[in-house]
Design a protein around this ligand. Structure first.
Ligand SMILES: [Zn+2]
Length: 223
């Protein structure tokens, strides 16, 4: 599979992986990003077990939305089935990110959702960051857990129990942003917990913050 659209998506996905290391969201080869290829039932995803410094546009792999390799010299990420499930179930999703970022994963290890106690969390996630089920790697269980959990929340991030973070976005860049913000929120709420009990934000204030952030914040063409 070649062509300018796939080449562009390969380039974007390879480049976005540098954000995961820049923000300290991954260690060794854990973590992965994928992006839907616009206009066709394909996605570009990180290859399995390749060091972050060795990731290039050419080393990215192209799979169909069943997770079957279509183009690429390397084996796709072991989380490919989960990404593929999300794209099949959610046509609105253009990017998926997975990390074991430490603070968010510490919440996942306890099976505890992150309560909405920060305005930045209300802005980005519109409420708590929920917990998804414990699911085995490789099959569709993770993808189903992601989709079913996020269907009940505005959050674009889910903490899969005992595992780590999955985020979604209209684009891969949005999903990366959600992964960065999720770890930041997990860290700050954890710190707050050490000092006492964080104060919840009332639901109507969460709604107002979320609506403002998604309609009036930043540059109109980047919302
Ligand atoms: Zn994982």
């Amino acid at each position: 599979m070649t062509g300018p659209v796939v080449a562009q998506v390969r380039e974007t996905v390879a480049r976005l992986h540098t954000e995961l290391t820049r923000y300290g969201l991954v260690v060794w080869t854990a973590g992965n990003i994928s992006a839907r290829v616009p206009g066709c039932d394909l996605m570009v995803i990180k290859p399995s077990g390749v060091s972050y410094e060795d990731l290039t546009a050419d080393s990215m792999v192209v799979c169909d939305l069943q997770g079957v390799l279509v183009d690429g010299d390397l084996v796709p990420s072991s989380d490919t089935a989960a990404h593929a499930y999300v794209y099949r179930a959610r046509p609105d999703v253009g990017g998926v990110v997975h990390t074991h970022s430490p603070y968010a994963t510490a919440w996942a290890a306890r099976g505890e959702a992150i309560p909405c106690v920060l305005t930045a969390q209300a802005d980005e996630f519109g409420g708590e960051i929920p917990i998804g089920p414990l699911a085995r790697i490789g099959g569709e269980d993770i993808g189903r857990g992601i989709v079913e959990t996020l269907a009940k929340h505005r959050s674009t991030a889910v903490l899969m129990r005992n595992h780590g973070v999955f985020t979604i976005g209209r684009t891969a860049r949005e999903a990366v942003k959600a992964a960065v913000m999720c770890e930041s929120v997990a860290y700050t709420v954890h710190l707050s917990r050490q000092l006492g009990e964080p104060l919840p934000i009332p639901p109507d204030d969460i709604d107002a913050l979320y609506d403002r952030y998604h309609t009036a914040y930043g540059q109109p063409d980047r919302r």
